[in-house]
Design a protein around this ligand. Sequence first.
Ligand code: URP
Ligand code: ZN
Ligand code: ZN
Length: 470
Amino acid sequence: MATLIKNGTLVTAEKTFQADILIQDEKIHRVSPGLEADSALTIDASGKLILPGGVDPHVHLDLPMFGTVSSDDHYTGHKAAAFGGTTTAMDFVVLEDKGFKYSVDLWLEKSQKAAIDYSFHMNLTQFNDNIAKQIPSLREMGIQTIKVFTAYNGRLRLDDGSIFKALQIARDNGMLVMAHCENGDVIETLVTQALMADHLTPEWHALTRLAWGAVEATFRMAAMAQQADTPVYIVHMNAGGEVDMLKYARERGVKVMGETCPQYLFFTIDNLRQPDGAKWICSPPMRTKEDNARLWQGLTEGIVQTVGTDHCPFFFDGTKPILYEGEKIAIPGKELGKDDFTKIPNGLPGIQDRMPVLWTTGVRAGKITANQFVAYMSTNPAKVFGLYPRKGALLEGSDADVVIWDPEKKVNYGVATSHQRTDYNLYEGWELTGYPEKVFLRGKLIVDGNEWKGKRGEGQFLKRGEGQMI
Ligand code: URP
Ligand code: ZN
Ligand code: ZN
C-alpha cells in the first residue's frame, strides 16, 4: 500500500520547503507540492516537519564488557532508536582471534533480531601481516570502516606503526579508518598510581583519562592520516581542544572528520562526583563546562561533522530487575565497580535520546539550525559511511525512512518515556519540546505516537559502499 504524506514542511540538510511525499515499494516515489494518490493511505502532516530518518553512526549493542554485556541488544536498542527518530544504526564488530569472517558472522547472527536497518564497523584490535592482508576482504562483507584505538593498552590498542599501516591499507582500498583518541600509556600510568593511592571513586575514571591525552591523540591521528594521504574519522570527540585540532587540521587541508556525542555537550566530571556518578562512566570521560561549550561551537560553526551516540548502556543497579515488554530483566551493570572505578563497565545509554534532546537544546535553543540538525543526525553520517542518498535524504529513490516530527510536542523525558533497556536515563526530568510523531522504516510505519508497530527481524543489513570525505 502506498502512503501519501501531505502538507508537511520538509527539512533536509540543505533547505526547508513545503512538499508532499508519496511512498511506494519501500522508496520515496515522488516529492512535490500538490500530490494526489487516490489509492494511497493519506496522512495530513499540517504543522509538522518531515525529516529523513536518523542515522546513528556509533552504537554498541550486545557488547560483552567486564564480564557482563551492554544491556540493549539489536532488538531493544533498535526499538529505542526508532522511538527517537533513528532508522539506521552502525554497530562495531568485536574482532575475534578466528578472523574477520568469523567475527562478522557472529555479529550478523546477533543482529537477526534487528528492528531498524543497520551496518557494521570492524574494530581493528589486533594487527600483523596476515590481518593486514585480510583487511580488504571486509569490503566484500559490506564493511568499509575500521576502528582503531590509541588507548586500552593490552586489550584494544594498536601501536602507531600499525595504525599508520592500517591507514595506508584503507587508502589503497577505498576504506575509512575511525579512531578512538586517548593516550593509552599515560592512562595506564595514572590508573596504576590512582589504585596504589586508593583512589577508587568514579571521578578517578576521568582524572586518569585526561583531556590533553584526547587532544594530543586526535592531532596525532590527523597528522598520521595526512602522512598516509587518506581520511580519518575521529569518534566521540569529548574535549574542546579536539575541536581546535580538527579546525587546525581541516584548515590545512588534512582529511579529518569528527563526531561528537550528546553526553559530551552537557555533562562534566562533576556528574561523576555525585553519589550515582557511575551512571556517567564512559570512555573517553566527561570533561568540563568549557569543553561542553567548545563542542557546541564545533556544531554551530560546522567544524564537527556528525553526532553519534556511542550508545553502550549498562544498568546502574543490575541486581534489580526492570520490566521490558512485560518481562522482568536484570543484567549486571555499573554496580560491578561499586568499590573500584576500573571495574565499572564503560558506556552510557543514548540511542533514543540523541535527536529529541538535540532538537530542544540545539535547534530550539538557537545553537544549530534545523538543517544543521538533519545534517549531523542523518545526512552527514550517511555520506561519510557510504549510504547516501539511499539513507539520509528525502529524495525520489531514497529509502522511505521518514520521520514526521512534531516541533511543538512536549515530553517530560526520562526512563518512563524511553525504550532503552536500562534502569536510568541521563536526561531524567528534562522538558523537551519537539519529538517524533510517526516513524517510517522503508515505508512501513514502525512508531506511531507511543505505539510500537515495528518487529524484530525487520531491520536489514546494509552493505555499504565507499563513503565521502565531507
Ligand atoms: O565507554 C564507551 N564508550 N564504551 C564503548 C566503547 C568505545 O570506546 O566506544
Ligand atoms: Zn571508542
Ligand atoms: Zn564506542
